[in-house]
Design a protein around this ligand. Structure first.
Ligand SMILES: [Zn+2]
Length: 115
């Protein structure tokens, strides 16, 4: 299953893009991993980040980062507060849960009252 990420924070950077040298296009994005199954959704503490340039629409990989970009990145990374984890069952889980509970209590009532 491919990992899914939610964008938590986007920070525009004033650095020059290593690809097109524009200084208005770079953007640092912080994302948190999000798990979704048929029954639940949950936000994890796994953080991913990406720098991309909006002007030339290129992802700037760490190998291309200049010292300046690295400095700004370190600073932003320290300032970043991940969202706390969350866990939420989907509606289908509760529907099945209720059906099971009703089934169990129905069976129990049947056994109890059958004499
Ligand atoms: Zn660029």
């Amino acid at each position: 299953m491919p990992k899914k990420f939610h964008t938590i924070k986007e920070v525009p950077l004033n650095n020059n893009c290593p690809e097109c040298f524009n200084n208005e296009g770079l953007q640092l994005t912080f994302k948190q991993r999000f798990k979704e199954t048929a029954f639940y959704k949950s936000l994890t503490q796994e953080v991913a980040h990406e720098i991309a340039c909006k002007k030339c629409e290129t992802t700037i990989y760490p190998i291309q980062w200049t010292d300046d970009i690295e400095r700004v990145f370190d600073y932003q990374k320290k300032a970043f507060q991940p969202k706390s984890s969350s866990f939420k069952f989907k509606k289908i889980f509760w529907i099945i849960f209720v059906i099971i509970i009703l089934g169990i209590s129905g069976t129990a009532a049947f056994l109890f009252f059958k004499n």
